[in-house]
Design a protein around this ligand. Structure first.
Ligand SMILES: Cc1ncc(C[n+]2csc(CCOP(=O)(O)OP(=O)(O)O)c2C)c(N)n1
Ligand SMILES: [Mg+2]
Length: 320
């Protein structure tokens, strides 16, 4: 299904550019991890860029976004600068957290990216806190939290849904359901396939969309966001995604079937939007290559900047 024509072409262009920035950034992060220039455990979201772009590009700097362990795309889409984000992953002083946080502790307060976490589901209650603060201050600020399907089996998910609905908090729960928690398929850790069904008893709108179809994510989130801003309470958006890479960089990935090239070409949210743009006439033939080139050049500049930044002084000599 494609509904790309129902979303303004200017918006779709912006989403395509954002997805390219995330893709180029993460491909480079993977390469730098293999070269031992990026440190720590790295989880890439390649294949899931559509969700990050479609959600975060509708938000303001004063809206709070929380993420989990697969957070680079959410940070970049919310406005975190590529150079300081890359520097953080490379453990440099110029990084968003002076190089002391790394991939799973990315935070960019200036752009309302309130953070990654290595604790699965751990940021869901924190997002409720931001939403409660926004409500008590009488603002129309919202909080958004991204989490995976694995986090839904944690008790704090249900506790959070309960409180969010009870207090009608302006919080948007965005689940990226890629069908796996680490190396375990969803069918091996729950009997409820759709995360939307898990929240069925609670009075909140819930919608499941194809996360590879960026226009669908944009449209669905847009409606839920408008409700939350108007004080009508929380919502859940479940986006069905496919992670192209293993759970972490270096994962031998032996627990699942490799996706065929043809299947990936069909699923890839970037290629899908480009095909839709071409068919609908809003994307000139040379533009995808231009967007990709621009994104890769920006990432190269970010790496150059990060390499020129010193390691923080607290890092022991032997780790430098
Ligand atoms: C509280 C907690 N329990 C377990 C882990 C180990 N762990 C790391 S990632 C992960 C799976 C998460 O799956 P999901 O939420 O679906 O996210 P995905 O990796 O699929 O994006 C687990 C269990 C953890 N980091 N934190
Ligand atoms: Mg998952």
């Amino acid at each position: 299904m494609t509904t790309a024509v129902t979303v303004d072409a200017r918006v779709l262009r912006d989403l395509l550019a954002t997805m390219w920035r995330i893709r180029a950034f993460e491909e480079q992060v993977g390469a730098l991890k293999r070269a031992d220039e990026v440190h720590g455990l790295i989880h890439l979201s390649i294949g899931g860029e559509g969700v990050a772009a479609a959600v975060c590009r509708q938000l303001r700097d004063d809206d709070a976004v929380y993420s989990g362990h697969r957070a680079h795309g959410h940070a970049v889409a919310k406005g975190a600068p590529l150079d300081r984000t890359m520097a953080e992953l490379m453990g440099r002083d110029g990084g968003l957290c002076q190089g002391m946080g790394g991939s799973m502790h990315l935070v960019d307060v200036a752009h309302g990216f309130l953070g990654a976490t290595g604790v699965v589901g751990g940021n869901i209650p924190l997002a409720l806190g931001s939403a409660l603060a926004a409500k008590q201050r009488g603002t129309d600020v919202v909080a958004v939290v991204f989490f995976g399907d694995g986090a839904v089996q944690a008790g704090l998910f249900t506790e959070s849904v309960n409180l969010a609905t009870l207090w009608r908090l302006p919080v948007l729960l965005v689940c990226e359901n890629n069908g796996f928690a680490e190396f375990t398929p969803r069918s091996a850790h729950t009997t409820v396939e759709r995360v939307g069904d898990v929240v069925a008893p609670y009075p909140l709108p819930r919608q499941t969309v194809d996360g590879n179809e960026v226009a669908d994510v944009w449209s669905a989130f847009s409606a839920l966001l408008a409700r939350a801003r108007a004080g009508e309470g929380p919502a859940l958006l479940e986006c069905l995604t496919h992670r192209l890479r293993g759970h972490y960089e270096g994962d031998p990935d032996r627990y699942r079937e490799a996706v065929s090239t043809e299947d990936w070409q069909r699923k890839d949210p970037i290629l899908r939007l480009q095909r839709a743009g071409h068919d609908a006439g809003w994307l000139p033939a040379g533009e995808p290559a231009e967007l990709e080139k621009r994104a890769r050049a920006e990432v190269e500049d970010a790496v150059t900047w990060a390499r020129s930044s010193p390691f923080p002084s607290a890092v022991p000599e032997e780790l430098r």
